[in-house]
Design a protein around this ligand. Structure first.
Ligand code: PGA
Length: 243
């Protein structure tokens, strides 16, 4: 079964850095076993699309506006992303929740915008270290999912993905154990089955690298990975792409 791998470049690179990395992807990542999606910053989307146009890599944005159009200086609409050839959009990454203070109400609007423009939203959820230590992971995940998706009618022909990223595992070098991730993915799918009547694919994220990727992907409910740091190194990423 093909798994979904999203390379989240965050704001780690400037424009010329993104160009250089996209060229390396283009040269080194040929036919891959898994489905690859690249998420550069907004300003690099068009350029990355052009560099990767002969590959099978799809494009994701890292964010989208909560409104359709209007006087929202600095925002980028879902329609614009769609027209640019973007297929997926990350929504509610923990860094945006933390630094941009994005709340569930905003994330809900973003999901609605993405879906109505024909983008596939990738809703990011995850518990922080305190909740993890207090064994409150499941109640945090349930709350995050319910607050954003409660009562939302999602047509069966419209997909949504979930990225489960324990906040404490992001960029820390300390990934969750694959067994625990699998159990949490099963929990997330159970919540979603009753919440939106669909069982979306769930990706794991948080300190994934070429050594641990296979250990995650062998679990049936780990449908893919969201990869930050390791996606900036083409050798690392190309190994993960073929796990
Ligand atoms: P990381 O980031 O792979 O560097 O931990 C993952 C993410 O934040 O999406």
């Amino acid at each position: 079964m093909k798994k979904i791998l999203i390379a989240n470049w965050k704001m780690q690179l400037d424009y010329s850095g993104s160009l250089a990395l996209a060229k390396k992807y283009q040269q080194k990542i040929k036919k891959t076993k898994n489905e690859l999606i690249v998420a550069p910053d907004f300003a690099s989307l068009e350029m990355v699309k052009n560099v990767l146009k002969k590959t099978t890599c799809k494009l994701a944005a890292q964010n989208v506006a909560a409104w359709e159009h209007g006087a929202y200086t600095g925002e980028v609409s879902a329609k614009t992303l769609k027209q640019m050839g973007v297929k997926y959009v990350l929504i509610g990454h923990s860094e945006r929740r933390q630094y941009l203070k994005e709340d569930s109400k905003t994330l809900r609007l973003k999901i609605e915008q993405a879906l109505s423009a024909g983008l596939i939203p990738v809703l990011c959820i995850g518990e922080n270290l305190a909740a993890y230590r207090a064994k409150k992971t499941h109640s945090v995940l349930r709350k995050q999912l319910e607050e954003v998706l409660f009562g939302m009618m999602i047509d069966n022909n419209k997909a949504i993905l979930i990225a489960y990223e324990p906040v404490w595992a992001i960029g820390s070098g300390k990934a969750m154990s694959p067994e625990e991730a699998e159990a949490n993915h099963v929990f997330i799918k159970g919540v979603l089955a009753s919440l939106i009547g669909q069982i979306p694919k769930v990706l794991y994220g948080g300190s994934v690298n070429s050594k641990n990727a296979a250990l995650f992907l062998e679990w049936p409910n780990v449908d893919g990975l969201l990869i930050g740091g390791a996606s900036l190194k083409v050798d690392e990423f190309s190994q993960i792409a073929n796990v």
